[in-house]
Ligand binder design. Structure first.
Ligand code: FAD
Length: 285
C-alpha cells in the first residue's frame, strides 16, 4: 500500500524544524522511518505533513560528560553496537542493539525514535526506564526534561507534546555497576516477546542497588520495583535471585495477544529476570 498524500518538509536546522512543527498541526517527525513509514503505508496514520529531521547536523553521536552519556536524536541502533566510550553502559547498549530488528532496520532506525514510538516490546524503552534516563524535548517555546519514569504513558503513547521534538536522551553511566540482559523473541530480529535488563551494583557479597527493566511483559515497559527492593542488602545467592524473579513476575499484569497468553508471559518474565540478574552478578565477579 501507499501512504496518503503528505507535505514533505526537510529543515536543515532545529529551529526551522521546531517552527515548522509549531506552524503545522497534523505533522509527524520522520527520523529513521522504520516505524512511521510502515504505519503510513498501512494507513494506520495519515499525517498531513512530515518533517524529516535527518538533515539537521549535530545530533548523530553519543557524547559522554559528567557521568552521563547523551544520545542524540539521529543516533541509529547500529551506532550503539559500538558506542565508543568506556563504561558498562556501553556494553549494555552494544548487546541490546543486536536484538533490535534486522540489519537494515538497525542501520536506519534511531534510539530516540524507538522511545517516541513507545512499543511496549521495544528493548530501548526498557533500558531507558531501568537506567533512569532523561528525555530532552524541545519546542518553539523551550526545553523540557522528562524522566523516563514519566515518559511512557501507554502502548505507543508518551508524554511528548505534538509540538515537541526529542533532541537527546541522557543516561547516567553505570560506573561500578554491571548489567545482564535476556530476551525471548519469536524469531531473531523480532520485537521481544519479553526481555529483561538487570542493572546491579554489589556491595561486597551483597546486593547494593538493583534496577530491572522489562519489555513486552505489560502494556508499557515496566520496572518491577518490589523485586528490586527485595534484593537490596541481601547476600548474593541463587535463592535470593529466584525469589526476586518470582516477586517480579507476580507483580505484573501481563498482556495477552495472538503471540502468547498472559500466563506464558508471566513465566517468561520470571525466567528472564532470573537470567538477567545471574548474568549481571556473574559480570561483577
Ligand atoms: C520488521 C521490523 C522489526 C523491528 N524490530 C524491532 C525490535 O526488535 N525492537 C525494537 O525496539 N524496534 C523494532 N523495530 C522498530 C525500529 O526499532 C524503529 O527504528 C523504531 O521503532 C523507530 O525509530 P525510527 O528512527 O525508525 O523512527 P520513525 O519511524 O521515523 O518514527 C517513529 C515515531 O517516532 C516519532 N519520532 C521519531 N523521532 C522523533 C524525535 N526525535 N522527536 C519526536 N518524535 C520523533 C515519529 O514522528 C513517529 O511517530 C522494528 C521495525 C521493523 C519494521
Amino acid at each position: 500500500m501507499k501512504p496518503s498524500p503528505f507535505r514533505y518538509i526537510a529543515p536543515l536546522d532545529l529551529d526551522e524544524a521546531l517552527s515548522a512543527l509549531a506552524a503545522s498541526p497534523d505533522t509527524k517527525v520522520l527520523a529513521g522511518g522504520q516505524s512511521l513509514v510502515p504505519a503510513m503505508n498501512l494507513r494506520l496514520t495519515a499525517p498531513g505533513a512530515i518533517i524529516d529531521i535527518n538533515g539537521i547536523p549535530g545530533y548523530d553521536r553519543v557524547t559522554v560528560a559528567g557521568g552521563t552519556a547523551t544520545i542524540g536524536m539521529l543516533v541509529r541502533h547500529m551506532d550503539l553496537a559500538r558506542p565508543g566510550f568506556d563504561d558498562p553502559l556501553a556494553g549494555a547498549l552494544a548487546e541490546i542493539s543486536q536484538h533490535v530488528g534486522h540489519l537494515p532496520i538497525r542501520t536506519r532506525g534511531t534510539f530516540v525514535g524507538s522511545l517516541v514510538h513507545a512499543d511496549p516490546a521495544a528493548e530501548w524503552c526498557a533500558l531507558a526506564l531501568a537506567t533512569e534516563a532523561t528525555v530532552v524535548a524541545r519546542s518553539a517555546g523551550g526545553t523540557r526534561e522528562i524522566p523516563a519514569a514519566g515518559f511512557f504513558l501507554g502502548p505507543f503513547t508518551t508524554a511528548l507534546r505534538e509540538d515537541e521534538i526529542v533532541t537527546e536522551v541522557r543516561i547516567p553511566l553505570l560506573g561500578s555497576g554491571t548489567f545482564g540482559f535476556a530476551e525471548i523473541a519469536r524469531t531473531a530480529g523480532d520485537f521481544a516477546t519479553v526481555a529483561a535488563l538487570a542493572l546491579v551494583r554489589l556491595d561486597g557479597d551483597a546486593f547494593g542497588e538493583v534496577r530491572i527493566g522489562l519489555a513486552g511483559a505489560e502494556s508499557t515497559p515496566s520496572r518491577p520495583s518490589a523485586a528490586e527492593t527485595s534484593l537490596a542488602g541481601q547476600r548474593v545467592t541463587t535463592e535470593a535471585i529466584a525469589e526476586a524473579a518470582t516477586i517480579a513476575a507476580d507483580s505484573l499484569q501481563p498482556i495477552e495477544d495472538a503471540q502468547c497468553s498472559s500466563g506464558y508471559r508471566r513465566h517468561l518474565a520470571k525466567v528472564l529476570v532470573m537470567r538477567a540478574l545471574q548474568q549481571a552478578v556473574g559480570r561483577a565477579a
